[in-house]
Design a protein around this ligand. Sequence first.
Ligand SMILES: C[S@@+](CC[C@H](N)C(=O)[O-])C[C@H]1O[C@@H](n2cnc3c(N)ncnc32)[C@H](O)[C@@H]1O
Length: 304
Amino acid sequence: MKQNEYHNPVLLKETVDGLHIKENGIYVDVTFGGGGHSREIMSRLGPDGKLFAFDQDKDALNNAIDDERFTLINENFRYIKRFLRFHGIRKVDGILGDFGVSSHQFDVAERGFSTRFDGDLDMRMNQDGELSAYEVVNTYEEADLRNMFYLYGELKNAPKLARAIVAARETQPIKTSVALKETLMPFLPKHREHKALAQIYQAIRIEVNQEIEVLREFLLQTKELLNEGGRISLISYHSLEDRLVKRYIRNGMFEGEPEKDFFGNVEVPFKKVGKLVVPSQEEIEVNNRARSAKLRIAERTNMQ
Ligand SMILES: C[S@@+](CC[C@H](N)C(=O)[O-])C[C@H]1O[C@@H](n2cnc3c(N)ncnc32)[C@H](O)[C@@H]1O
């Protein structure tokens, strides 16, 4: 399969430019996918440069780059520090993240990520993961389903959706995406069913893959891993993710405000580089998946 058929990389040049690549530096791409961003990084590395990439999806292994400077780690990036240490790496010069799901994952019906197909409820990015959409839909308490739809789907009618699922599964388990769609259809706003369904799927996917916890754990490790002057270049696709990235860059934490020193200065581990970057209209026209992308770039300071 051609790399662009697996996934067409979003904001390719902008994201890799953001890393400010040093020829012989050490870099990490935590969301390898089809390897579009990784290949661009490799093209800018010299003979002693190194790239480590992560992807928890086994399918991504087929896209591995055959180059001795490149290592692909089939693990969750929530364990980034641990696996880099296993490879003898304690500090790096840049980390790229292009979060969410690849086009390949969306396009394979059995993976259950897309509202377009009928299939088993799955949505695991890691095919061996313990929690699937089936468990979420069929075993979660009504209150947990409600919170999930509120928080991760930003759905106003979360209580109705949660109640409908609980009522339907009393008769028989909800096994497929068509069964889930039929259960929820009466509660979706008229003429906006597709958008609401996409938000419902997003909420379940975030829950199945624990995306928010994983992102928090990952971000906290970036400050320990980066050399002074090292960069993070991170693309988010929904507001929950982007909010975490933005707050972390600004404050070095997710809630509250950082402490001020004696002189009233705040000590934060990152300095924002440039403004928020979004794709051009031309890019969105050729790659619709780019439409919700938000790129933030930051540099490690010498603060704690
Ligand atoms: C949007 S795609 C990345 C596409 C890639 N930049 C490219 O150019 O092809 C996101 C990829 O990250 C992987 N992924 C998402 N969350 C992950 C996590 N927590 N750990 C490891 N891989 C993850 C997904 O399996 C998917 O392949």
